[in-house]
Write a protein that binds this ligand. Structure first.
Ligand code: GDP
Length: 316
């Protein structure tokens, strides 16, 4: 097996190096070497991770396109991870080539990859989590785009620093999201297609109302509601500013570190649950409680080997 590249090499290696590394994360998953690499990446995260969710057709990919252009205009490198809910069934035909994203193929600082969702609802697979850990240690901004239909947002919130929920005018989405408890999750809300006029204004005020009912008042972050039109460009600067402000807020308050540590603990529990079920979780419960979230991937390797040994010995 070829030795793994270092992070500096990947940061300078352009899209092909990154693409190759992502493939290795999948084909060599759960080896000691890859796990140690991913933990090292976690400890050296340099970029911010932006989650973009909302129902199909709300305008996520159009917005992703606009955000890529915005970030590139300020010379930030960008990676997009599109979580494709269909690919398990169609081999990635729905979003596979991301033809809707109009990126410059020659630009080495824009990287786009789509990945299968864990299930039909758009949950994140272990591969997607590993990819996010890698990408945020190599590029300045990672955009994770995922279809949200009421259940996958919880998964996304465990993998990004700033979650943007997209809502479409005239859809009644905000009411539905409030019922499903989703309004508690976003850090920024984008009401898309603001060029639709009055319907967009109404949606924005509905969302503001729903937010005020569902959020804890003691939070230090006030969730901004931005009306945007990717078509006319209206509101895009405000949205980008709100996203940047949330990132600054996380860094300045120290929440970025604690939030990521908590997410990494969640990944570890999630990986154990996915492979060994709740019974496996119960066996290693105490071990997980003392975990600080610093080395989730290697820790999982250790736990996985231990549990497999116990299963073979008939102890678990
Ligand atoms: P996704 O499924 O959430 O990724 O949504 P898309 O980005 O593919 O957009 C769905 C449809 O909405 C497409 O037909 C877009 O052209 C349209 N759309 C996206 N953004 C806007 C906008 O700002 N204004 C209007 N009027 N239509 C938009």
């Amino acid at each position: 097996m070829k030795p793994l590249p270092g992070l500096t090499e990947l940061r300078q290696g352009g899209k092909r190096a990154l693409s190759r590394m992502l493939t290795r994360l999948e084909t060599e998953a759960q080896t000691d070497e890859i796990s140690a690499f991913l933990d090292h990446a976690c400890a050296n995260a340099m970029g911010r991770v932006l989650g973009l969710t909302g129902p199909p057709g709300v305008g996520k990919s159009t917005l992703t396109d606009a955000l890529i252009r915005h970030f590139r205009a300020t010379d930030l490198s960008v990676a997009v991870l599109a979580i494709d809910p269909s690919s398990q069934f169609t081999g990635g035909a729905l979003l596979g080539d991301r033809t809707r994203l109009q990126t410059d193929p020659g630009d080495q600082d824009v990287f786009v990859r789509s990945m299968a969702a864990r299930d039909r609802l758009g949950g994140l697979s272990d591969h997607a989590i590993a990819a996010i850990a890698l990408l945020r240690s190599v590029v300045d901004r990672v955009i994770v785009e995922s279809v949200g239909i009421g259940q996958s947002e919880g998964d996304l919130v465990q993998a990004c620093d700033t979650l943007v929920l997209c809502i479409q005018p005239g859809s009644g989405d905000s009411l539905q999201f409030m019922k499903a408890g989703i309004m508690e999750l976003p850090d920024v809300v984008a009401v898309t297609k603001a060029d639709m006029g009055a319907a967009a204004r109404r949606a924005a005020s509905d969302v503001a109302g729903a937010l005020s009912l569902s959020r804890e008042t003691q939070s230090h972050w006030q969730v901004p509601v931005c009306e945007i039109s990717a078509r006319t460009g209206e509101g895009l600067d405000d949205l980008a500013e709100a996203i940047a402000k949330h990132g600054d807020f996380l860094e300045a308050s120290g929440e970025l570190q604690s939030q990521r540590a908590e997410q990494q603990r969640h990944w570890l529990r999630d990986m154990v649950r996915a492979d060994f079920g709740t019974a496996g979780l119960a066996v290693v419960g105490e071990m997980l409680e003392t975990d600080t979230g610093e080395r989730p991937f290697s820790c999982f390797q250790g736990i996985s080997k231990d549990l497999k040994r116990r299963l073979e010995d008939g102890q678990a």
